[in-house]
Design a protein. Structure first.
Length: 152
């Protein structure tokens, strides 16, 4: 059984949580990786800035940052996959939804799926990697019905 936990470490209410839970479970089924465990944690700009600086040495906020347990080959789990944590900055999500001209749901879903694929080992450091990862993300978003044009 999958265990995906959502945590809100901000003082704001996070809209669309139930839709995001359903969406991420849709992605898990699509990838056929059950059972799986990971967390999605919503934070503010200050917290994500601190995480980005502490763990990546980058002195600015970001929209999403992941901590993938499977990157550490010395950790082994017997009952399924324990992927790690996805941190999403609510402030950046709001800014980016407005900047890109789509709904906040679309932005939250994009950041969730982007972090999810990072936890699975995908990256976008090269053009080839980016093409693969972003195609997978768009496919899941579109199949679920979260497009840039409309909200579900």
């Amino acid at each position: 059984m999958n265990q995906v936990e959502f945590f809100n470490e901000t003082k704001e209410e996070i809209p669309y949580i139930e839709t995001l839970k359903d969406f991420i479970n849709f992605a898990i089924k699509k990838e056929k990786i059950e059972p799986v465990e990971f967390n999605i944690i919503f934070v503010n700009k200050e917290e994500i800035h601190k995480l980005n600086y502490t763990y990546r040495g980058i002195d600015r906020e970001t929209d999403v940052i992941t901590f993938a347990l499977e990157d550490h080959k010395d950790i082994e789990f017997l009952d399924g996959r324990v992927l790690g944590d996805i941190y999403i900055c609510v402030d950046k999500a709001k800014e980016q939804a407005k900047e890109y001209g789509h709904s906040l749901l679309r932005e939250y879903a994009f950041l969730c799926i982007h972090g999810f694929y990072h936890l699975l080992g995908y990256d976008h450091m090269t053009e080839k990697e980016e093409k693969i990862m972003f195609a997978k993300q768009e496919e899941v978003l579109n199949e679920y019905g979260i497009t840039r044009e409309k909200e579900i």
